[in-house]
Design a protein around this ligand. Sequence first.
Ligand SMILES: Cc1ncc(COP(=O)(O)O)c(C=O)c1O
Length: 397
Amino acid sequence: MKPLSTRTLNIAASLTVAIDTLAKQMIADGKDVVSLGAGEPDFPTPEPIRVAACKAIDEGKTRYTAPVGIMEVRKAVAKKLKDENGLDYKPEQIIMTSGAKHAVFNSLAALVNPGDEVIVPAPYWVTYPELVKWLGGVPVIVQATKEAKFKITAEQLRAAITDKTKAVLLNNPCNPTGAVYTKEELGDLAKVIVEKDIYCISDEVYEYFVYDTEFTSAAAFPGMAERTIVINGFSKSHCMTGWRIGYNAAPADIAKIIGKIQGQATHHPSNVAQYAALGALEMDKSNVEAMQAAFLKRRNYMLKRTAEILPVPAHAPEGAFYLFAPVTCFYGKKTPEGKVIGGSVELCEYLLQSQGLAIVPGAAFGDDTCVRFSYAASDETLEKACDRFIAGLKALV
Ligand SMILES: Cc1ncc(COP(=O)(O)O)c(C=O)c1O
């Protein structure tokens, strides 16, 4: 047989997806597993969204739409970006996508030529470097340390830019660290981005989940709208992970290219999901606010409980719904079966096998010193997870 695509063979599978799939399989097999692996809100999709989707089906909105999406929905996204983020987009600059992950792919596919460098601050969402590689680009990882609250500085960004740099990929608020850039910090990064004439891809899917701080879009700074591709979606904000609906907001020329990509690759996201997204955009913010309050409470619970066993406490996330907990002091220790824990992958394997606890190794996010908990889970699940985490770590010798 002839070899398969080298480019595709060379990218890694998503470890977060793999862990979530394994945990779901173990549960289906009757095992007692608590999974905080996936970043999936535990709340149901709000009723107005479900009603909007059912109405769309009943009205026969089940045929092809334009590759870039339905104008009514794109108008509603443009209005949201104006009202909530102060951004000026025409509906023609909005492309509805099959989730934010798809919007990340579109953005990179529109920008990256073989050999182009894309700066990816670490810890990063697992998908970014692999998609850059898949498209023939070179991910340039810039490490954000815990001491710097997991944020890169303008100086770090400047130092990483070369003649080959095409773009920087920002994720604000960040998965897996929960870091949120202040307006000033983001403004400093924006100045470098404009001065060095590179593009910015800004993944803002967690914008509504910020605690004791404010969210600002990267596209809001002088000179940035014309070089920024905004990514957002409904999976996290409106508990719509399975609906697969998100969007790109881009400069007009890039929006056209993304439309061309979608026209050839996927056509458009589900017609029904687009109407569901319209329902989400038209409903009030009470659901989002209730989730935000619940996540803040859960974040505080996770910080308190994990501090019972971690000598170095986890960084208090300012956003998203993840806790990135430092665990290096357990490396080198042995499991009751005598296996040495060498790093975050072994630690997570051990916790899954011995405690039925599924969490994600920091190595998946470019930082082997930590493990990631998703706290978008019920209070009861979080309590069980923390009990198991503590019991598992206590059993190491
Ligand atoms: C930073 C980030 N961007 C994008 C996504 C993908 O979201 P969607 O379900 O809309 O594809 C995720 C999901 O975990 C994420 O954490």
